[in-house]
Write a protein that binds this ligand. Structure first.
Ligand code: ASP
Length: 588
């Protein structure tokens, strides 16, 4: 028998019991004639004690040879500790060891496996199996486990069926790039890994499954960021005979259930809804962080027409009012200007107006505007003495996006983005289509199966860009945690959509023919959504990167540094797949 208890289990009530524990040596300390060993397993840490004065000398000598991460089995008696450790659940007791054996030795680990590890990111990723022994990482995976269990139980009660869909599918590269897999049995042909089970879940609705969900891996060959991995997990859902309202209500219910079960947060009120248009207008983002206000105030009409050429030539002039920031120094303001001028943000400059404590207004453009002009701006922004207006100008959409970044930066600087504070909302009424300047064509903002709002269908020919979709995103703290839509279930409308997206009939048939055919046999009205599981877990756990809640993540170049994937394959493998490699581009 390896153990009678786990390393996180024993308490004062177990005193005088004879127990056996197995686990890893987290660390050993020698103090006087005593040796203390922290024995660790998934459940906790228990202190083992060897006393040279009272114990067998050979036993103590053997204990002194134990190194970090040795795996041992120890038997002994539970005793009340002389000096208790309030930090540990097992801190009231220790084990006076009578015998132990080494089950396995360990090389010295490349970093210390403790809550505050001395290992950098790269080394911890290379030895991820050791990193996973640390509490911090394991706790995130425990939370992830609970989230999937709670999701399954919630959806099961509502009659959702979990159905698996294939991982090797037809390549339909609309949206992101596909990862592809060559087929040996069909030389020259490729499968794609699914970007999502979108078409399959719609087919399941045609099949009458009514309510489907799946906790499923999805694959997208995109540039990576803190909240993106090449493979990630969705809670993917679809329902039949529903309107947008039904879908929103159902999944608002799931979100509330998860908050209650995992965070103990009771969200009684319905989630606020914001149109995409308002999200852009007031926050410059389709995923507004609504933990704080600082909404945009447009000044275009009152700030134009004076001597200031920058404003006069601008399509849009917008301000945010940063409360209590009039005391910002020149240096702080310069830093903010540098921030908005970063290439990824792209503003040309920033104008500020300070409202001093006595109500006087001072700005970076005093020579162009009278105090009355500035007062009209401050009034519109609702500024109080001590506040600071930050103003950007230029093309509407670019400037709103830049102002959105500035707003987030100010929110962070003012401590308004507390990770323990959750602000959820639905963003609704997305545009159906998005114009792409480069390719001079429309793209589906969500995906090509998203239904236009019925009342906007007449605009499809005249003003396609103005058509709104029955599409929605759930946003929490500025993170898009889920999104979906009501789908087109009519093959004619779907064909029209493909036309607008620039597909020839043959191309649409070749790529989506199976779905179009299925729609000929009675497709019910349907809709759904998918949550990003990794993002949800990260938010709940207060993580900065989704990597920290994935057991074996990839790095920012899409590499698994632990097993060194991707890697070359043998010539024989290439041969079997009828593939030859082009010479690699020379690295600069
Ligand atoms: N398949 C969509 C996505 O991955 C979600 C949905 O529309 O249900 O974004």
């Amino acid at each position: 028998m390896y153990r009678t208890h786990t390393c996180g289990e024993l308490r004062s009530s177990n005193v005088d019991q004879n127990v056996t524990l197995s686990g890893w040596v987290q660390r050993s300390r020698k103090m006087g004639g005593m040796t203390f060993i922290d024995l660790r397993d998934r459940y906790g840490i228990t202190q083992l004690v060897f006393n040279q004065e009272t114990d067998d000398a050979a036993l103590c000598e053997k204990a002194n040879k134990l190194g970090r991460e040795f795996v041992i089995r120890a038997t002994g008696e539970v005793k009340e500790r002389f000096s208790k450790n309030k930090e540990l659940p097992t801190g009231d007791i220790e084990i006076i060891v009578s015998s132990f054996d080494v089950l396995n030795s360990s090389e010295v680990p490349p970093f210390t496996i403790e809550d505050e590890s001395d290992g950098g990111d790269d080394i911890r990723m290379k030895y991820r199996y050791l990193d996973l022994r640390r509490n911090a990482v394991r706790k995130n995976l425990e939370l992830r486990h609970k989230m999937t269990i709670e999701t399954r139980s919630f959806l099961d009660k509502l009659d959702f069926l979990e159905v698996e869909t294939p991982m090797m599918i037809k390549s339909t590269p609309e949206g992101a790039r596909d990862f592809v897999v060559p087929s040996r049995m069909n030389p020259g042909e490729f499968y794609a890994l699914p970007q999502s089970p979108q078409m399959f879940k719609q087919l399941l609705m045609v099949s009458g499954f009514d309510r489907y969900f799946q906790i499923v891996k999805c694959f997208r060959d995109e540039d990576l960021r803190a909240d993106r991995q090449p493979e990630f997990t969705q809670i993917d859902c679809e329902m039949s005979f529903v309107e947008q309202e039904d879908v929103l209500n159902t999944f608002e219910g799931l979100a509330k259930h998860l908050f209650k079960q995992l965070k103990g947060i009771d969200m009684k009120e319905p989630l606020p809804r914001m149109s995409w248009h308002d999200a852009m207008k007031y926050y410059g983002s389709d995923k507004p962080d609504t933990r704080f206000g600082m909404r945009f105030v447009e000044l275009t009409d009152i700030a134009k027409g004076k001597e200031f050429a920058v404003f006069n030539s601008a399509e849009y002039i917008g301000a945010i009012c940063a409360e209590g920031c009039a005391s910002y120094t020149r240096k702080q303001l310069d830093a903010l200007t540098d921030f908005v001028k970063r290439p990824q943000i792209g503003a040309k400059g920033m104008v500020y107006v300070r409202m001093e404590q006595d109500g006087t207004l001072k700005s970076s453009i005093d020579k162009f505007y009278t105090p009355e002009d500035l007062k009209s701006w401050a009034d519109r922004c609702g500024a109080k003495p001590g506040d600071l207006l930050l103003i950007l100008s230029g093309d509407t959409s670019k400037t709103q996006k830049a102002l959105g970044e500035l707003r987030l930066e100010m929110g962070s600087q003012l401590g308004l983005r507390d990770k323990n504070n959750f602000s959820c909302l639905w963003v609704v009424d997305f545009p159906l289509l998005e114009w792409d300047e480069e390719s001079q064509r429309f793209f589906a903002m969500h995906h090509p199966f998203t239904a236009p709002k019925p009342e906007d269908i007449p605009l499809l020919d005249s003003h396609p860009g103005a058509v709104r979709a029955n599409a929605y995103d759930m946003v929490i703290n500025g993170v898009e945690v889920g999104g979906g839509s009501i789908r087109i279930h009519d093959s004619e409308l779907q064909n029209r959509m493909f036309q607008i997206l620039g597909f020839t009939e043959e191309k649409a048939q070749a790529q989506f023919g199976f779905l179009m055919n299925a729609f000929k046999y009675g497709a019910p009205p349907h809709g759904g959504l998918a949550f990003g599981l990794d993002r949800l877990v990260s938010l709940f756990a207060g993580l900065d990167s989704i990597r920290d809640c994935i057991a074996f993540p990839k790095n920012n170049s899409g590499r698994d540094v632990m097993n060194d994937a991707p890697s070359r394959i043998d010539d024989e493998q290439l041969e079997e797949l009828f593939l030859t490699l082009k010479p690699l581009p020379v690295k600069k």
